[in-house]
Ligand binder design. Structure first.
Ligand SMILES: C[C@](O)(CO)[C@H](O)COP(=O)(O)OP(=O)(O)OC[C@H]1O[C@@H](n2ccc(N)nc2=O)[C@H](O)[C@@H]1O
Ligand SMILES: Nc1ncnc2c1ncn2[C@@H]1O[C@H](COP(=O)(O)OP(=O)(O)OP(=O)(O)O)[C@@H](O)[C@H]1O
Length: 286
């Protein structure tokens, strides 16, 4: 069984648009204890069989988990089939990289199942062909991601804390948000300060430097994102931010009692609320 944890962006800065249509980014990401389950087993027949226990995701090549298995079969000339059982817990199209993490879990799982001679670095390269967030998900832990998100530099985990997440009942298209972004007008977080804060294990400094260039864009389409953020801050969150291209908003909270209070407060007007721990360290994927 492979765990496929969700990620949050502690900071996300968009630098400029590239010639290939993607944007150059600087993101600090960390994994959280909210994960899908990915179970892999051999199939006699030479095919990929995906069983996704969720009505929100497809069972065919459109599923990033299926695509990951296809890429692995091609790249390593694997003969023999694979059965993938995917149990979704991470909300879909939420800014939490659920699909990317499933794909990464399949890359790791196939390497293990077929005893392939590979490295996390090589798997991350294969992952980059599937999506910009897949490389980070292959490594897990906490990292600075640059390029279009595929260049990964490991960072220390944040100090232990709670993460309270609220996902409004809407899906957001990452492409639409990037397309609507006005880089000059947008807010840009201080990535270097965030990296330093992690290295210094300074929780308050981490909270102070959270920021997401895409947040203002998503808020224009979905004002409820700003409302959720405001509710979290009013209820006592140490920091509150939209993750990825949204629409999920999360809080960082040190004290148990406060985290519980924010969770209960949010539950009053949002169906999907989660209270989990930040994972942040690499070994948590095993
Ligand atoms: C918003 C984030 O999730 C933050 O972690 C990522 O930047 C997006 O990662 P992702 O969902 O894996 O994105 P992809 O599937 O690679 O790309 C979806 C679309 O988002 C836009 N995109 C994505 C990443 C990037 N660095 N620049 C972009 O402009 C492109 O229009 C692309 O067609
Ligand atoms: N295994 C999967 N799990 C979730 N969504 C998937 C999966 N495979 C394909 N998809 C499709 O990908 C789209 C985005 O899914 P996902 O949940 O990864 O978004 P996200 O959390 O916004 O990711 P990111 O933060 O990387 O932008 C959805 O439209 C969904 O149908």
């Amino acid at each position: 069984m492979e765990k496929a944890p969700a990620k949050i962006n502690l900071s996300l800065d968009v630098l400029h648009k590239r010639e290939d249509g993607f944007h150059e980014v600087e993101m600090v990401m960390t994994t959280i204890d909210l994960a899908d389950r990915v179970e892999l087993s051999y199939l006699e027949e030479d095919k990929i069989l995906l069983e996704a226990e969720s009505r929100y995701v497809p069972n065919d090549e459109r599923n990033l988990a299926y695509l990951a298995a296809k890429k692995m079969k091609e790249y390593f000339s694997v003969t023999g089939g694979v059965h993938i059982k995917l149990t979704k817990h991470v909300p879909v199209a939420a800014g939490l990289a659920g699909g990317s993490s499933d794909a990464a879990a399949v890359l790791r799982g196939m390497a293990r199942l077929f005893e392939l001679d590979t490295t996390p670095g090589e798997l991350a390269q294969i992952g980059a062909q599937i999506g910009s967030d897949v490389s980070f998900c292959v490594h897990g832990g906490t990292a600075l991601a640059t390029g279009r998100g595929e260049k990964i530099e490991e960072l220390p985990a944040p100090p232990p804390c709670w993460v309270v997440l609220a996902k409004p009942p809407i899906g957001v298209s990452t492409k639409t948000i990037y397309q609507a972004l006005d880089i000059k007008e947008a807010h840009h977080p201080d990535t270097e300060a965030m990296v330093m804060a992690l290295r210094e294990e300074d929780y308050e400094k981490i909270c102070r430097h959270t920021g997401n260039t895409l947040e203002g864009v998503t808020v224009q389409f979905h004002p409820e994102v700003a409302q959720l953020k405001e509710h979290m801050l009013q209820a006592g969150a140490d920091a509150s931010l939209m993750s990825g291209s949204g629409p999920t908003v999360f809080s960082l909270v040190e004290q148990d009692v406060k985290a519980r209070r924010i969770y209960n407060h949010l539950k009053g007007f949002c169906e999907e609320v989660y209270m989990v721990r930040v994972l942040g360290a690499k070994e948590t994927l095993d």
